[in-house]
Design a protein around this ligand. Sequence first.
Ligand SMILES: Cc1cc2nc3c(=O)[nH]c(=O)nc-3n(C[C@H](O)[C@H](O)[C@H](O)COP(=O)(O)OP(=O)(O)OC[C@H]3O[C@@H](n4cnc5c(N)ncnc54)[C@H](O)[C@@H]3O)c2cc1C
Length: 595
Amino acid sequence: MTAKYAAPLADLRFALHDVLGVDELFKRLPGFEETTRDVVDAVLDEAAKFTEHVLAPLNQSGDAEGCHFDPATASVKTPAGFRAAYAQYVENGWAGLTSPAAFGGQAMPQTLGAAVKEMLDSANLSWGNYPLLSHGATEALLQHGEDWQREAFLKPIVEGRWTGTMCLTEPHCGTDLGLLKTKAEPAEDGSYRISGTKIFITAGEHDLTENIVHLVLARLPDAPAGVKGISLFVVPKFKVGRDGALGARNALACGAIEHKMGIRASATCTMNFDGADGYLVGQPNKGLAAMFTMMNTARLAVGLQGLSLTERAYQNSLAYARERLQMRALAGAKFPDKPADPLIVHPDIRRMLLTQKAFAEGGRLLALYAYTHEDIAKHSPDAAERERAEAIVSFLTPIVKALLTESANECTYHALQIFGGHGYIVEHGMEQFARDARITTLYEGTTQIQALDLLGRKVLQFQGVGLKHFLLEISAFCEKHAEDAALGEFIAPLAAATKAWSEITMEVAKRAATNPEEMGAAAYDYLFFSGYVALAYFWARAVATAQSSRPDIAEAKTQTARFYFARLLPRIGTHAGAIRAGASTLLDMPDASFG
Ligand SMILES: Cc1cc2nc3c(=O)[nH]c(=O)nc-3n(C[C@H](O)[C@H](O)[C@H](O)COP(=O)(O)OP(=O)(O)OC[C@H]3O[C@@H](n4cnc5c(N)ncnc54)[C@H](O)[C@@H]3O)c2cc1C
């Protein structure tokens, strides 16, 4: 038995059309008027076919085979089938789905791109990593590149003929990019010579495209120390002239690929730059800000990776729980004609299934909601609406990234557990989901970094603008449904949790004002407190929508929301307790006493 995948089209449509109302939204956002309900559904259908039939069958074989590195040619060969799948992806126009029409893209909403991306990653997370960073590179060049850079680099990336990478990490620095050493020496013709070693570069080298465009952080000779002295450069594998002409091989090469716990078919490369030709993107010493354009895009995308694994693990563990016969239900046989009852009758199996369902469907709403705000922030004709949307998506990005990836680790663990010992056996594919999920809390900023970003920057430094908008939206929802008897069981606890969220934010802010360690000590629990309340809001919205307009799924949504409110939302109590325990419970322990 191998792991199956069926694109969750019904729930994606429920999320997009029914709950988030994208039909109306796209109609009023200039540029998206033609992305009608029919278009959205057609794109989802085609993505489902491609992911189910082309990518999903390569997931386990790709994991078993891994990538091949040839030191003699410094080349990387992807596993069997990956090249053909990529060619089909390009031929079908997926590479430019959300990219600007001016560069050959289809200019569709990011929200729709996110729905497609969830499917790509569920089907084959490793494969999905090859085109992943092209999207971020497109955004970075669009926002910060010079005209000729956009002309030369974007069209081939949008067409899928080239892919992008993000080269930040060095052996001695990952989180603390202020320590990076890669150098950029100015040349007479206005270009730069880039020298240094980058490690862990996703898709740094591969055989899917004719060229690879590296976006590299490096230091100019006179750069100040720390993060204020970092600049961004575009450095292609094959040189690219200002007229866009492809030239000779650049002075950079893959030195090795990593052997990893998961995503084994995704090439993770050491990249050596030996005086490679590169061009400055944006302003000197402002590279980190430019790279953040790419990182924010990638952070939301990694949140989707977590969601995608939760979804696929859930599908497989649900099918297994229905088929596998073990023991009898405690209150007596439910299937007396069978030798034993299926696993799904047992309460604890249902706990694990419902946990996955709650994170998958609630997480999908959270992620897609964030993407609708990305679309609003870029396309709304109303400046105030754009500003509000920008604040919300910026605030939610660390929550989407950390909550959906940490919960993917929990959910893939539950899915494996439902398979019992068979979950531990490679052929079923469940252990691969657990291994693949592990990276998602690490790359694109670890969970700790997301937590510091949320509390330190988004809430404390920027006075919680996004949080305030989001809290107001939840309060308005609670008020609107205050008299709705059918929703009563959710509205009161949601309103209480939202109030508690405001209060705990004030408490942390007050404590952090006198002792900055309080912020660091609270950040992780604050992020999860926030994430669970946000998910409660989306579960209440799902129920409200299903009860009013989708009687076919109202029972399923209501029961899952009941489970969420009764058994997952109370985790905020534990997080609040940890936050209130303060920094001293972590910092009073002398280093020497750790043992
Ligand atoms: C498979 C894979 C693919 C990757 N792809 C890319 C890529 O394409 N491009 C790229 O540039 N990088 C990539 N990375 C690198 C990745 O982003 C880094 O590994 C990550 O940012 C963490 O850096 P580090 O490994 O150096 O850990 P460190 O920075 O050494 O951190 C170690 C631990 O300390 C914690 N920590 C650090 N500072 C703090 C703090 N102030 N407070 C609390 N905790 C803290 C971290 O959360 C972490 O748990 C990839 C890594 C892997 C494994």
